[in-house]
Design a protein around this ligand. Structure first.
Ligand code: PMP
Length: 288
């Protein structure tokens, strides 16, 4: 496998980050998870825009322009003959000394991995996921903006472990006020009386690219959609529930904490969104 690493395309065995890299020592860095479908990188510009905003938010000067980042992403796919897969773009603060201070890091470290991902087996797309609410809360937006896609995922990882302990593959994380924020790596949506509702970024949700796609799909299909605070009650009493993410795509949820949601099987609105999503990913995107 060929990896883009600081301006060079190298074999993955040579793509090595220093033990002094602050991305590793402190989680000081940002990333994007991007999909390629049929040779088209899905919503690359949107991903790069979010990436630039993450960089700005943590005062990290990106070493590459948007066009250069796009080229690194596309070229990494080309060099791996990857037409369908998952791309990870990472920029860390770089190599520094053992203190926290980011200004000890002279140059950011940049790498791009183009590979494959399967988050959930097909049966869950057909029959829906059973998820749980976990005790670990989403970090408050005033502590770390959830809109920053940073290398600090420990909070979500603890939630993922709690989900596994409870026998579930994904977990709803609440914010400090007890409202639904998102799942460990996915945005969450409910369908109530024909309307799609999802938590806002201010409630702790990442502004997902797939989430933005659902807004577009809802508009196109004439399905009302809005952001609102959601409690667990809203999920228990929803007609349908589904999750979205670059890795997970659109996946139905049929149970929360052992309670059946709606009819207990993937619902019609979820099916329409998923159908439209599958069509869009094949035609929208940047040709590599
Ligand atoms: N929330 C979190 C915490 C995430 O890490 C992700 C990305 N997997 C998402 C939501 C979904 O965002 P996107 O659709 O941009 O992948």
């Amino acid at each position: 496998m060929v990896v883009y690493f600081d301006g060079k395309y190298v074999d993955s065995s040579e793509a090595k980050v220093s033990v002094f890299d602050h991305g590793l020592l402190y989680g000081d860095g940002i990333f994007e998870g991007i999909r390629i479908y049929g040779g088209n990188v899905y919503r690359l510009d949107d991903h790069l825009e979010r990436f630039e905003m993450s960089a700005r938010a943590i005062m990290l000067t990106l070493p590459l322009t948007r066009a250069q980042l796009a080229e690194a992403v596309c070229e990494t796919c080309r060099r791996n003959n990857l037409n369908d897969g998952y791309i990870r773009l990472v920029v860390t603060r770089g190599v520094g000394d053992l203190g926290l201070a980011p200004w000890s890091c002279a140059n950011p470290t940049t790498f791009v991995i183009a590979s494959k991902i399967t988050l959930y087996p097909q049966e869950y797309y057909d029959n829906g996921l059973a998820i749980v609410t976990v005790p670990t809360r989403r970090i408050a937006p005033d502590a770390l903006p959830p809109t920053v896609k940073s290398l600090n995922y420990l909070n979500n990882i603890l939630a993922k472990i709690e989900a596994k302990q409870a026998g579930a593959l994904e977990a709803i994380m609440l914010n400090a006020q007890g409202y639904v924020a998102e799942c460990t790596a996915d945005n969450v949506f409910v369908v109530q009386k024909g309307e799609i509702i999802t938590p806002a970024a201010s409630a702790g949700a990442l502004k997902g690219i797939t989430r933005a796609t659902v807004f577009d799909i809802a508009k196109e299909l004439g399905i009302p959609m809005r952001e609102a605070d959601l409690t667990r009650y809203d999920v228990w009493c929803a007609d349908e529930c589904f999750l979205t993410g670059t890795g997970a795509e659109v996946i139905p949820v049929v149970k929360l904490d052992g309670r059946v949601i709606g009819a207990g099987k993937p619902g019609p609105v979820t099916a329409r969104v998923l159908g439209s999503f599958r069509k869009r990913v094949l035609v929208e995107g940047t040709r590599i």
